[in-house]
Design a protein. Structure first.
Length: 134
């Protein structure tokens, strides 16, 4: 993934993760969050926290060019979407960011993941060549 695209996506994911902390603040009564009109329980606050942390972890791994982001991204998207659905009228716009994350992760997995054409070619060419050298 190109550096500009990678950093841009990481920044968007980090911001999306931080927005989840509004649900944490409301769920634990840490702040009055007027933008969130639906009630959020403490357990809901834990869910918002998990989703926010997973999204921030995904952003950090992506920013660090760690291939692990491809495995964390779907978990972050599912957690995030579950929380969005629980407060749909307030948070439905977040679905766009989760769709962006899933599409980007699927594209990166297809083009850079362990089973893409380049990896298969590299394994098919480099493997026998490396074994043949003394």
């Amino acid at each position: 993934m190109a550096d500009n695209l990678r950093w841009g996506l990481a920044a968007v994911l980090a911001l999306h993760g931080l927005v989840h902390f509004l649900g944490v603040a409301k769920g634990f009564g840490l702040a009055e969050v007027r933008q969130l009109t639906e009630p959020i329980s403490r357990l809901g606050g834990v869910g918002w926290l998990a989703a926010g942390l997973a999204m921030l972890l995904t952003a950090g791994l992506l920013g660090a060019s760690s291939p692990t982001w491809l495995w964390v991204a779907p978990v972050a998207a599912v957690l995030s979407q579950a929380m969005i659905v629980s407060s749909w009228s307030d948070a439905k716009a977040g679905t766009l960011f989760n769709v962006l994350l899933v599409v980007a992760a699927a594209w990166a997995f297809a083009t850079e993941g362990p089973w893409n054409v380049r990896a298969q070619h590299r394994d098919g060419v480099d493997g026998p060549v490396a074994e043949a050298q003394p």
